[in-house]
Design a protein around this ligand. Structure first.
Ligand code: KIV
Ligand code: ZN
Length: 385
């Protein structure tokens, strides 16, 4: 099994979600939980962007011991200097420096020629290497970059000292097949590519961030970047919990795994949701409220007989206590009787049939039955007889 490094950017790209603003105490709480989750690298912020960001990156770098803490920098000396000041006391300081490489960004944003961009990238990596033992270099908008140019600039930054190369799908534009092909192309066309860590960084604009990250792994990436609950700019980043659990469940297919403590996923997800105010959709894979809930009679009956009929992930794997049987209009007698027994009622066949009939009639009008609703139904039945 190949080991995949997990690079968490909840505190940097994740905090760039519209409407999210974490204070330094909240960031520290999340950083400590990310360390418990076992992320290999956490991007704590963008030190040059504000005084507050600088301070919290520095505090996190000085506190976290079991994950490597990094910070983002543009390809300018002032950003790299600020990042070094913030990160130098960390257990394993590393810099994440980036520059855009696509024609669109060169023409409209940077207003630089390809040769100028290569020169800036090379100089920034060389400068960063004077301080940082590990330099990660990112080609912003890599998936809309001319491939031979991407290969050329990647080769140059490797020669200048970058030991992690990140290929971001900055605007969530690529497809799994195309993204995989970019990794194959780089592996075939870049000198010394086998000496560096290759990283995938996907955004979810077309809903393909998880699939694209997994495709990158299939084609040679050994680091994935993302955020908890997939928060981030616009439609967000790849959800780390989805990628890690997919690798765990389908290790047979991917032959790769992370070293995350998967049982910490639910706690981490709840914490990030509470502190950022970003609500997790009920049907979200792995961490949604309904991810381990069964409503229809056929599914409930199957799960009560044997969980693997309809559950490919056990709730315990990701730190959820138990699955749940939602009693609603699609539910059947089996789950209904099971819940009454859990609530401590020993009812005759006739009583059960009668209450079940009432439940079915009421469930046409009511979305979901709580335990309190069921207790009322049973007590009414007992009083009536
Ligand atoms: O999406 C992106 O391109 C980024 C870079 C700064 C790595 O977040
Ligand atoms: Zn990003």
């Amino acid at each position: 099994m190949q080991k995949i490094n997990v690079f968490d950017t909840t505190l940097r790209d994740g905090e760039q979600s519209a409407g999210v603003n974490l204070n330094s105490q909240e960031k520290m709480t999340i950083a400590k939980q990310l360390e418990r989750l076992g992320v290999n690298i956490m991007e704590a912020g963008f030190p040059a962007s504000s005084r507050g960001d600088f301070q919290s990156v520095q505090d996190i770098a000085r506190t976290i011991k079991n994950s490597s803490v990094t910070g983002l920098a543009r390809s300018v000396k002032a950003d790299i200097d600020a990042a070094w000041e913030a990160l130098k006391d960390g257990a394993e300081p590393r810099l994440h420096v980036f520059i855009a490489t696509s024609d669109i960004h060169l023409k409209y944003k940077l207003r630089q020629t390809p040769a100028q961009v290569v020169e800036t990238a090379v100089q920034s990596v060389k400068y960063a290497k004077k301080f940082f033992p590990i330099v990660q270099w990112s080609a912003e908008d890599a998936t809309r970059t001319d491939l031979p140019f991407l290969a050329h600039i990647v080769e140059k930054v490797i020669a200048s000292g970058a030991s992690v190369i990140n290929i971001p799908d900055t605007v969530g534009y690529t497809t799994p097949k195309e993204y995989g092909e970019i990794f194959c192309y780089l592996k075939e066309n870049v000198k010394n590519i086998d000496k560096v860590i290759l990283s995938a960084h996907c955004h979810d604009d077309l809903g393909m961030a998880t699939a694209n990250s997994l495709s990158a792994i299939e084609h040679g990436a050994n680091q994935i970047e993302g955020t908890i609950n997939g928060i981030g700019e616009r439609a967000g980043n790849a959800s780390l919990e989805e990628v890690a659990v997919a690798l765990h469940i389908r290790g047979d297919y991917y032959q790769a795994k992370t070293t995350l403590s998967l049982q910490e996923i639910k706690r981490t997800s709840d914490l990030v949701s509470n502190l950022t105010g970003m609500i997790i959709p009920g049907n979200k894979a792995v961490v949604g409220r309904n991810a381990f809930a069964h409503e229809s009679g056929i599914h409930q009956d199957g799960v009560l007989k044997e969980k693997t009929t309809y559950e490919i992930i056990t709730p315990e794997l990701v730190g959820v206590k138990t699955n749940s049987m939602i009693l609603g209009k699609h539910s059947g007698r089996h789950a209904f009787r099971d819940r009454l027994e859990q609530l401590g009622f020993k009812l005759s066949e006739e009583e059960t049939n009668h209450i079940f009939k009432q439940f079915k009639e009421l469930s046409e009008k009511k979305k979901e039955f709580t335990d309190e609703d069921l207790i009322s139904l049973v007590l009414e039945e007992k009083l009536a007889n």
